[in-house]
Design a protein around this ligand. Structure first.
Ligand code: NAP
Ligand code: GDD
Length: 345
């Protein structure tokens, strides 16, 4: 039987790496798109990457979501059954610093892929997955957010992803393209980027425990997030593209907690005993054993506008895709800690 072909934009990211491994197990041929960088940025997929000249089911190609000509060529050359758009300037706080670039990559980049699918009009009906986000709900007041909850994005990142969401719906309706939006809540893993809060907390506290870092500086400790595991979430992406009809789905665990509660969980697992003192920007954690201040809040890590509360309702995905989150937050934290300990020598 002929192998299915997948084209992944954003293959060098957290989700790109998990999805590639998932699809290779399903016997796909995977083309991953990486962008040019001044140092090698393929660490997350090095274990599955073989030289382009050797016969392999995993092939890396250059491309960039800001460059429509590269997108067009890639779609033409690879002739995919499925395209996954995971590429993005994905950091919310950074999007306030580079708003125009974030809008270009996240918003127009999605449009560029959809235009390539439409204009190439290949014999195959290509299926398209768009990496949407709970950040689109932003400053919502709903206790649980599902596919029917109104969007109220609160950052250039959130707004750019809103454009990507609606342009995906629009091309589905206007041109009958099989296109799905996954509205994914936060998902983490041992290979999460170092500037996202879960990885930053785990890396920082391990270094403090080992004596190689003195303090961990954080921002808002009271926003709540619904955290799942990236490994579980990439399976949902694939399931969305295996249905009879394209649709949009929320993917979440349905549980949430504050950043401070997350910190407390990590501290407990590392057997670090602390006492919290102060309030707001002056809140700190003191190591009970040696009285050192090990966590402090810094203004630079607070955002101009915060998304205070996210908690997803994934009932539609559970019902229609038979998708369920498998990894508990405790198990995920343990996996992240173990990885860090193995790699911190
Ligand atoms: P990530 O680790 O930041 O990966 C983003 C990927 O996009 C990287 O491969 C990056 O390449 C690539 N990229 C950035 N700019 C690009 C450009 N101009 N052209 C081509 N590629 C570009 O993000 P992730 O956590 O895997 O998330 C995957 C997607 O899901 C993103 O779209 C994100 O916004 C969305 N999302 C993530 C979450 C989450 O909690 N993880 C939740 C909801 C939605 P480099 O490696 O070269 O930087
Ligand atoms: N990054 C970071 N660094 N966040 C901090 C810090 C800090 O030092 N201190 C507190 N926070 C708070 C942020 O203000 C935010 O409320 C929360 O921790 C989570 O921040 P991130 O881990 O950066 O994730 P995010 O929720 O902003 O965005 C992630 O999830 C989205 C889905 O909801 C990213 O992966 C997005 O790409 C994704 O769409």
């Amino acid at each position: 039987m002929k192998k299915k072909i997948a084209l992944i934009f954003g293959v060098t990211g957290q989700d790109g790496a998990y999805l590639s491994k998932f699809l290779l197990k399903k016997k796909y041929k995977v083309y991953g798109v990486k962008r040019r960088s001044s140092i090698i940025n393929t660490q997350r997929v090095d274990d599955i990457y073989k030289d382009i000249n050797t016969k392999s089911d995993f092939v890396l190609c250059y491309g960039d979501l800001t460059d429509s000509s590269s997108i067009l060529q890639l779609v033409k050359k690879t002739n995919p059954d499925e395209i996954y758009n995971l590429a993005a300037q994905s950091h919310v706080q950074v999007s306030f610093e580079v708003p125009e670039y974030s809008a270009d990559v996240n918003g127009l980049g999605t449009l560029r892929i959809l235009e390539a699918i439409k204009n190439l009009n290949l014999k195959k009906k290509i299926k398209f997955y768009q990496a949407g986000t709970s950040e689109m709900f932003g400053r919502t007041k709903e206790k649980f957010q599902n596919e029917k909850t109104s969007f109220y994005p609160a950052s250039p990142y959130g707004v750019s992803k809103n454009f990507a969401h609606w342009i995906t719906v629009n091309y589905r309706e206007a041109y009958n393209i099989y296109a799905c939006n996954g509205i994914l809540f936060n998902h983490e893993s041992p290979i999460r980027g170092e500037t996202f809060v879960t990885k930053k907390i785990i890396q920082g506290l391990i270094k403090i425990k080992n004596g190689t870092q003195k303090k961990l500086f954080l921002g808002n400790l009271y926003s709540k997030r619904d955290w799942g595991h990236a490994r579980d979430y990439v399976e949902a992406m694939w399931k969305m593209l295996q249905q009879k009809k394209p649709d949009d789905y929320v993917i979440a665990t349905g549980k949430n907690m504050t950043i401070k509660e997350f910190v407390n969980k990590v501290l407990k697992k590392l057997n670090l005993k602390i006492r919290w003192i102060g309030r707001g920007i002056n809140e700190k954690a003191i190591n009970i054993e040696n009285k050192n201040v090990i966590i402090e809040c810094k203004k630079r890590y607070f955002r101009p506008v915060e998304v205070d509360y996210l908690r997803g309702n994934a009932n539609k995905a559970k019902r229609k895709l038979k998708w369920f989150p498998k990894t508990s937050i405790d198990k995920m934290i343990e996996e992240m800690i173990d990885y860090e300990l193995d790699n911190s020598l």
